[in-house]
Design a protein around this ligand. Structure first.
Ligand code: NAD
Length: 375
């Protein structure tokens, strides 16, 4: 089985879908790996390192020629995949809702597209979950981005010239990214508080030494929520949450928002009126900006300034830590493909009735087959 690793073509994408470590592991399984020249450069991996791991390094055409599977971080352009075998697997984050036309094009080209962000949240698939691995580092980077924009220090400092007080950091949305943001802000010495709609997060927030700020009078989502995911909240809940945020946010220096609802626009958590109550020089980082944004006035790809508050809306935050996020992404892909490696056949075999396969498979036999896209 020949695996092709492409140089990413999407603007601003610095990650790569395989590392020398995973190349070696794939070869140990019995696969051959072909890497497009320069694929790893923006993630600090040279062509020589791929060659030393056993990969062939060549042009895009050479890489794709006769490939049984194409590994990517983002979905490759279907028109640029000439030379791959019929029914070749496309294994990447395919943004199935946002790039529906591209999914159709994979189907028409007879390719079998596998969307890694549709990985089911079951124990067996944890090591294959790109959303977790990438969100984790995004949560960390969000705090560093906030610190870089903030004209003050995070920890309390006692100096001969007087005392500097600790920054107050508020994290909204305590999934994988939010938990890492709390831990990072704590390590930097900030006073941290956090909120979520899922009640299970309360204990997680407190165990990290942060203060849990929750809507009390209206019930949120009990426990973890289905698969750890939130749903749209009732109008009554939203009104109570807005009240809570209004009373809390004016005292905060840094706010990190990470709230997402699968398949829907991100919930709006902070309004312009609330931003106006914050101190000038405060910083908000909106990690949901590409999904529509949690913060009014956030602009994707920019640092906006509103009422003297900086709103950071960087795109593709995982790509800002490309060496580490690539290492984890590449392991997620290896863990997935190796779990379905058939030693006798010498290739990946994906059983139709497997929960993981049903979750990630978007196209097969010329058609879109995924329930989430058809339903
Ligand atoms: P996510 O990215 O979908 O959402 C981020 C957070 O925003 C969630 O905690 C969500 O509850 C919160 N949120 C949504 N709407 C909100 C609102 N209106 N106000 C405040 N907060 C809101 O979530 P995620 O980070 O991908 O994962 C969430 C959970 O799933 C985690 O607790 C994680 O442990 C679990 N998980 C399990 C597995 C597995 O078992 N394989 C894999 C990944 C994640």
């Amino acid at each position: 089985m020949k695996l092709a690793v492409l140089r990413e073509s999407a603007g601003g994408e610095r990650r790569v879908a395989a590392t020398p470590e995973t190349v070696k592991k794939f070869i140990a399984l019995g696969a051959t790996v072909s890497v497009e020249a320069g694929a790893g450069l923006t993630a600090s991996v040279s062509d020589e390192e791929y060659k030393a791991a056993g990969a062939e390094v060549g042009t895009r055409d050479q890489t794709l020629s006769g490939a049984d599977a194409v590994l990517g971080v983002q979905g490759p352009d279907p028109a640029a995949l000439k030379g791959v075998k019929d029914g070749a697997l496309i294994v990447a984050a395919l943004n199935p809702y946002g790039e529906r036309a591209r999914v159709e094009a994979y189907a028409s080209a007879g390719l079998e597209a596998l969307a890694m962000e549709f990985m089911p949240r079951i124990t067996r698939a944890q090591s294959m979950d790109i959303l977790s691995s990438q969100s984790n580092l995004a949560g960390y980077k969000a705090v560093l981005d906030a610190a870089a924009q903030y004209g003050r220090a995070f920890p309390m400092m006692m100096t001969a010239a007087g005392t500097i007080s600790a920054a107050r950091v508020f994290v909204m949305g305590v999934g994988v990214a939010g938990l890492q943001a709390i831990a990072t802000a704590r390590r930097l010495g900030a006073m941290v508080s956090a909120t979520d709609v899922r009640s299970a997060t309360k204990e997680q927030i407190e165990s990290l030494g942060a203060k849990a700020i929750f809507v009390e009078d209206v019930k949120g989502i009990e426990g973890e929520g289905s698969g750890g995911y939130a749903t749209e909240m009732s109008d009554e809940y939203k009104a109570k949450q807005a009240e809570l945020v209004s009373s809390h946010i004016a005292k905060q220096d840094i706010v990190i928002t990470t709230a997402l609802i699968p398949g829907r626009p991100a919930p709006r958590l902070i309004s312009d009126v609330q931003i106006a109550t914050m101190k000038p020089g405060s910083v908000i980082v909106d990690l949901a900006v590409e999904q529509g944004g949690n913060v009014e006035g956030a602009v994707a790809g920019e640092v906006a300034e509103v009422h003297g508050v900086k709103i950071v809306g960087f795109r593709n935050v995982p790509s800002r830590l490309a060496a580490d996020t690539s290492a984890l992404f590449a392991r997620n892909l290896y863990n997935f493909l190796s779990a379905f490696w058939d030693g006798d056949a010498g290739k990946v075999v994906l059983p139709d009735d497997d929960e993981i396969v049903k979750g990630v498979r978007l196209t097969q036999g010329g058609k879109v087959v995924n329930e989430r896209l058809l339903g």
